[in-house]
Design a binder for this molecule. Structure first.
Ligand SMILES: Nc1ncnc2c1ncn2[C@@H]1O[C@H](COP(=O)(O)OP(=O)(O)OP(=O)(O)O)[C@@H](O)[C@H]1O
Length: 734
């Protein structure tokens, strides 16, 4: 295409000649030139010497230098090669589907006709006489040269004796030859019959008789009543044509389109032929100047009406690889909402590896779209009742099928949508009652501590060469001793947390941290909200999540909040979905282009229960059931206490003691709260204080138990005081 253009441009350039036109015009331009340049050349130009048109060489200002031909380059052409194998034969899933369809089709057809065999037999027998009569009639007509009769009669009517004589002689010759041929064939037939009777086995003889009878029966059947009826009625979908597309576009009420289609307009461009793409038609369309793909997407319903197709079949999309006026229109054979989804590989339960992509939903063409949950964080947004909870639950079920995963599930709406996961989850929260919020705060705080622990551990492991990319690897996640297993947190209606009067800011801070740093450390947070605005999905979170799924939303702000800045402008508009497009949304995965995906259909409560039961069995086998799943409730007091380390230190280290050894502090802490600090070593305190930015490995001069002065590791009390004061100040301000 590009080459063709280029050649065309070159040809035009070669033919082009610049004609200089007379004085006044030249005067003007040259004056401008003189203004701009001080050279003497400009002064020369002020003399308009050309009066008549003169041919001068064109000066190419923005054309590329004509390419010198390089040896061998003629062989390397920019042609587009057609794939050797069709797409369905290359994709294993599509191949399986096609093979399954072909087998099913053949089996159905065979069974359908087998059942009707007796009827077909009766019909054949009934039609044999009529068939025989037809055969004899045709034979007689052939023998008597019936086809020449009308011509002969016409010449007789015209009394054209010469012509009639010529035709009669020809007829006599023909009849004689045909009679001889018929006799010969008849004799050969009788001989073959007698020989066949003598030589052929009886079965073959019967087969020949049956074949002859079937032939006569078939001959005797009227054209509108064939012997065998159709086993499959093909419901043919109308072919998408450029005329149909143009008509539909012209019905959208967009003035630029109507102008372009009006008299003298440049029309609508189809840069590629409309072709089959999966189970539908694909049209690449160059819209008239000034019209964008987004303008059409906003009128999807009208477009569907113009195409006379169900709304769920019509999917206009922007082609961002081209210009803003290029649209890809995909018109499916079947309504995406009603089309039978191919079987979900995880429906019956299989062990999954969260590090590998797993099937999340199907695209318009009915192909599975995979999603890798590891190293990601997810935001799901939609107006109510569009399938947001179903999508979140599906993702949590996928996570549950990896027995290493520790689940934290929060159903803040409180209707029990995530209850099927109860049997596998580590922490389960339902509703927004104060005690539930307390539990969630404690859990999130402990997850933040876990995040910090992991960060340090990964740093250490990276130094030892065990975490080459400074993130959790499948090997590290599988080592129980390291505690680096994936942690997946799912929060439905997350706005309840972020809008909480007391803890909103803290939830936001922790979740933002988890969204930013969690993925590399194996902590995956998934947040779903029905009100995607800056309050319910804070910008720190919405800007940093890496996987986004947006079902129907009402406006541009919500759209961009979930899918990312400028997505609406780029033509990725979840506003175009209709009310009936349940479970259908735009998915923006890691670094991938946005695509329309329908989540797994029919994954309701009972279906989710079954998968969760399988996931539990996997966990029982792997010995990874913990927390809520085995009846343990989160000890909120304990979790809170862990967060009071700094305060505890200030309690055990009096103001008068400016510096203290770690071992002294740990011994006193163990006395204060043996249930928490009883087992602590001095090094553990160093590690626990590090995330707070407190250096607990300073050399501190002190006196040991024998009364001898020596240097040991410790910290300055004032460092702790500073952090606690700052934290209290922030909490008060928040
Ligand atoms: N992939 C799908 N295919 C067909 N229907 C679906 C699909 N996903 C969800 N649904 C249907 O959408 C309806 C709403 O789903 P869901 O409860 O998840 O919505 P929601 O957005 O979470 O609503 P709410 O905001 O009230 O919680 C359900 O009745 C469900 O059957």
């Amino acid at each position: 295409m590009t080459d063709q253009h280029h050649e065309h441009d070159q040809a035009e350039q070669e033919q082009a000649r610049v004609l200089h036109f007379p004085a006044e015009r030249l005067d003007h331009t040259t004056t401008e030139n003189t203004d701009q340049t001080d050279s003497g050349e400009a002064a020369d130009n002020t003399e308009p010497t050309v009066v008549d048109g003169e041919i001068v060489e064109p000066v190419a200002v923005d054309q590329p230098e004509p390419k010198k031909s390089e040896p061998g380059s003629a062989l390397v052409r920019a042609e587009k090669r057609q794939p050797i194998l069709p797409a369905w034969a290359k994709d294993p899933q599509e191949f399986r589907d096609t093979a399954r369809w072909a087998l099913g089709y053949t089996g159905h057809t065979a069974a359908y006709h087998a059942v009707r065999c007796p009827i077909y037999l009766a019909r054949i027998i009934a039609r044999i006489p009529h068939g025989s009569l037809r055969l004899l009639k045709s034979l007689a007509a052939w023998l008597t040269d019936a086809e020449g009769r009308p011509v002969r009669s016409a010449s007789a009517r015209r009394e054209d004796a010469t012509e009639y004589l010529k035709l009669s002689i020809q007829r006599d010759h023909r009849i004689r030859a045909r009679a001889l041929l018929a006799m010969g064939l008849g004799a050969a037939g009788i001989a073959a019959f007698l020989a066949g009777r003598a030589v052929l086995p009886e079965l073959v003889q019967w087969a020949i008789v049956a074949g002859a009878a079937a032939g006569l029966g078939w001959l005797g059947a009227p054209a509108d009543k064939p012997i065998a009826t159709r086993a499959v009625e093909s419901t043919k979908v109308p072919k998408l044509t450029s005329d149909a597309v143009t008509r539909a576009l012209s019905a959208l009420g967009i003035s630029q389109i109507n102008q372009a289609l009006g008299k003298g307009g440049e029309g609508i461009g189809f840069p590629k032929p409309i072709s089959r793409d999966g189970k539908g038609w694909r049209a690449d369309i160059d819209l008239p100047y000034g019209v964008t793909a987004g303008d059409i997407m906003d009128r999807r319903e009208k477009l569907a009406s113009g195409l006379r197709r169900p709304l769920g079949c019509v999917w206009p999309e922007a082609d961002n690889a081209e210009h803003a006026g290029r649209m890809v229109l995909w018109v499916g054979d079947q309504d995406m909402r009603k089309a039978k989804q191919p079987a979900w590989a995880l429906r019956k339960g299989v062990q999954v590896d969260l590090f590998q992509p797993q099937p999340f939903g199907t695209d318009q063409r009915g192909r599975w779209v995979d999603l890798r949950l590891m190293f990601t964080s997810v935001a799901i947004g939609a107006i109510p009742r569009m399938g947001k909870t179903f999508a979140l639950r599906e993702l949590l079920l996928i996570a549950a099928l990896d027995p290493r995963v520790e689940l934290h599930t929060y159903d803040l709406k409180g209707t029990g949508d995530l209850d099927p996961l109860e049997r596998v989850t580590h922490v389960h929260g339902v509703g927004d009652e104060p005690e539930e919020i307390d539990k969630a705060v404690a859990d999130m705080r402990s997850l933040r501590d876990e995040l910090r622990r992991r960060a340090k551990l990964i740093r250490d492991l990276a130094k030892q060469g065990m975490a080459p990319e400074n993130k959790v690897t499948p090997e590290l996640a599988s080592k129980k001793s390291l505690g680096l297993h994936p942690i997946v947190i799912g929060v439905d209606e997350c706005q309840v947390w972020f809008e909480h009067e007391d803890y909103g800011k803290e939830f936001e801070a922790i979740c933002t941290d988890l969204v930013k740093r969690g993925p590399a450390l194996g902590i995956i947070i998934m947040l779903a909200t029905q009100r995607p605005d800056a309050k319910s999905l804070p910008t720190g979170i919405s800007a940093n999540v890496s996987t986004r799924f947006c079902l129907k939303v009402q406006g541009q702000t919500e759209n961009d909040m979930v899918l990312g800045t400028s997505k609406y402008k780029q033509g990725v508009r979840a506003t175009t979905f209709a009310w009936a497009d349940k479970g259908i949304g735009y998915l923006v995965g890691e670094g991938a282009d946005a695509q329309i995906v329908r989540t797994v259909a029919g994954l309701d409560g009972p279906a989710a229960e079954k998968i969760a039961a399988y996931a539990r069995a996997l966990r029982e086998q792997a010995g990874t059931l913990s927390g809520h799943a085995i009846g343990e409730t989160l000890d909120t007091d304990e979790a809170r206490r862990r967060d009071t380390l700094l305060e505890d230190i200030l309690t055990v280290v009096p103001e008068t003691e400016k510096k203290v050894w770690n071992e002294t502090a740990v011994a006193r802490l163990a006395e204060l709260r043996p249930e928490i600090y009883g087992e602590w070593e001095a090094d553990q305190l160093t590690a626990a204080l590090k995330p707070h930015g407190i250096k607990a490995n300073r050399q501190i001069w002190g006196t040991d138990e024998n009364g001898e002065g020596r240097n040991r590791r410790g910290f300055h009390r004032v460092d702790i005081v500073e952090i606690v004061t700052e934290r209290d100040r922030q909490r008060d301000a928040g």
